[in-house]
Design a protein around this ligand. Structure first.
Ligand SMILES: [Zn+2]
Ligand SMILES: [Zn+2]
Length: 531
């Protein structure tokens, strides 16, 4: 596998002489497998030069794939300037994280609107397919791609690419979940451990390393890592090589040299075998399979292109927050995502709401003695009807509370102070994860009983989905099936449901909703041969 860096700068392009050596263009890397599959990860301003290079190579009928981590400017600004997208006869697939509101295509079209750019997105001459991804895996020809949400104030995917016996992981932009770990100290646990598992035994880890531990306290919540965290992560996860990237726009070449020298000295003191370098624009890294250990296989994953609209419909979040101001802010953030909010006053009410409405997520506050979120979490976990174990619980607190073993049952933490963008992203990620889990595992045995309490059109909607899930085979490893995954429901049907959930449901009246529900129920129960 061959990797080339076309953009290594974070946040904003820095075309200044003092930063020319490591490079001024924003995030973009090119990956090619031995079989010739072309993958581009992120398309910041570096994508412009990669595009020029591809055009200069004179390839006709160019076929490639662009994986977008998230749609912050420094990761997409090269797209309107990526010349191969304008050439008829070329074919490109563009992938990025599925949002709760707009599609990836809509987000990319935003930066090409008349106000910002003279050519709209639909003027691309190449044939382009857009793919909204959730957490999971899929294949791009001979490359296995795994995705996982990163910790950033926008929904962001990390990509693990496996082919030719090697694994490359790209993780930009990402902030340590535990603030303690940003210093390079402390134990890797919880969501940081999940991140370590994702990068486990990578032959090359390309990781956000925008800050140093010294700078981090002034940058908490900005969504980026420190070099110290990346070193700790790399050592813990037995990574072979680490490429530090997303260089801070204020760090010049000499400062990057100093930072690297200091990190290497520390690794030397600890007799670590980790090979660390700071990514340079234009640099090529050839990766050969390791004889000692191959990349770890991750089992039990779902399709990253799974349509989850059905499970997202009628999503709700349970809110246990005493602080009125914070509760209102959360409520607004959640409702802005089109998700219902459910409040509870005591644990009995919480239990009833969990059993009745099966929320996608619970957000609890822990600030004793005013409110004991840990106790509420324990009580939820003791409910014992099955849903409580699956329900993700995000705890809002001033610091993580260490409890022996898994006794707390907290899934994730939101440490104060945090921005609205961070809260919103965290909610998005967990609601999407829960929807994926429901689509993967199906609704519980008592779904019929629970459905009986919901309005008629919702019952029909959910039952139709359950029928469709039962009648569909699991996806096969064939190109067409990957492109149009059918593990849950046919593409035409999922589009219909998507339209319903997104366009109609917010405006429906009970009668109108019932009629549409009937139509969808009929459509989704047609024999699979017609798909
Ligand atoms: Zn960035
Ligand atoms: Zn970003």
């Amino acid at each position: 596998m061959r990797v080339q860096f076309w953009g290594t700068r974070g946040s904003i392009a820095t075309p200044v002489p003092s930063m020319a050596r490591y490079g001024g263009n924003t995030s973009c890397i090119e990956v090619r497998s031995a079989a010739g599959t072309l993958l581009i990860v992120d398309c910041g301003t570096g994508g412009h030069w990669l595009g020029q290079n591809l055009i200069a190579a004179g390839a006709k009928g160019l076929r490639g794939h662009i994986l977008i981590s998230h749609t912050h400017w420094d990761h997409i600004q090269g797209i309107p300037f990526f010349a191969p997208l304008f050439v008829p006869g070329n074919e490109w697939d563009i992938y990025g994280p599925k949002d709760l509101g707009q599609s990836l295509r809509e987000a990319l079209a935003g930066q090409m609107q008349y106000t910002y750019f003279p050519v709209p997105l639909d003027q691309f001459g190449a044939k382009i397919r857009y793919h909204d991804l959730v957490e999971g895996t899929f294949d791009i020809d001979d490359i296995k791609v795994s995705t996982q949400y990163l910790n950033h104030p926008a929904l962001t995917l990390g990509y693990r690419l496996e082919a030719d016996g090697v694994a490359v992981v790209y993780a930009c932009d990402h902030e340590p979940h535990s603030r303690m770990l940003a210093s390079g100290h402390g134990e890797i646990t919880g969501q940081d451990l999940r991140h370590a598992e994702f990068v486990n035994r990578a032959d090359l880890l390309i990781h956000d390393a925008q800050y140093t531990a010294e700078e981090y306290p002034a940058k908490v919540g900005w969504g980026h890592s420190t070099v110290e965290y990346v070193m700790k992560l790399g050592q813990h996860a037995e990574v072979k090589r680490v490429a530090l990237t997303h260089h801070d726009p204020l760090r010049d070449d000499d400062a990057i040299d100093c930072m690297l020298a200091s990190i290497r000295a520390r690794l030397g003191e600890n007799t670590s075998s980790l090979d660390v370098f700071a990514a340079v624009e234009g640099q090529v890294v050839e990766l050969a399979p390791s004889h000692k250990k191959g990349p770890a296989c991750r089992a039990g994953e779902s399709q990253a292109q799974m349509p989850i609209e059905l499970a997202l419909a009628n999503s709700s979040v349970l809110l246990g927050i005493a602080d009125t101001k914070m509760a209102t802010a959360f409520s607004k953030v959640i409702q802005a995502e089109g998700i219902h909010v459910e409040f509870f006053s005591d644990i009995d009410e919480a239990r009833k709401l969990i059993a009745k409405n099966r929320p996608s997520l619970a957000v609890l506050e822990h600030d004793p003695p005013r409110i004991d979120g840990m106790e509420t979490c324990r009580a939820i976990r003791q409910q014992g009807n099955g849903h409580d174990h699956q329900l993700p619980v995000v705890m809002v607190a001033s610091q993580e509370v260490q409890a022996p073993g898994a006794a707390t049952g907290v899934t994730d933490w939101l440490i104060k102070p945090f921005t609205g963008a961070y809260a919103r992203t965290k909610i998005r990620a967990w609601v999407l994860r829960t929807a994926c889990q429901w689509m993967r595992e199906g609704y519980p045995e008592d779904e019929e009983r629970r459905l009986a309490r919901l309005p008629m059109h919702v019952q029909q909607h959910r039952r139709a989905g359950a029928r469709a899930r039962r009648s569909r085979p699991l996806p096969q490893k064939e190109t067409e099936k990957r492109r149009f995954p059918e593990n849950v429901i046919g593409t035409d049907k999922s589009v219909l449901l998507w339209m319903y959930c997104r366009e109609i449901a917010p405006f429906e009246t009970p009668t109108f909703g019932e009629k549409v529900g009937e139509l969808i129920a009929r459509a989704t129960s047609t024999p699979s041969a017609r798909l």
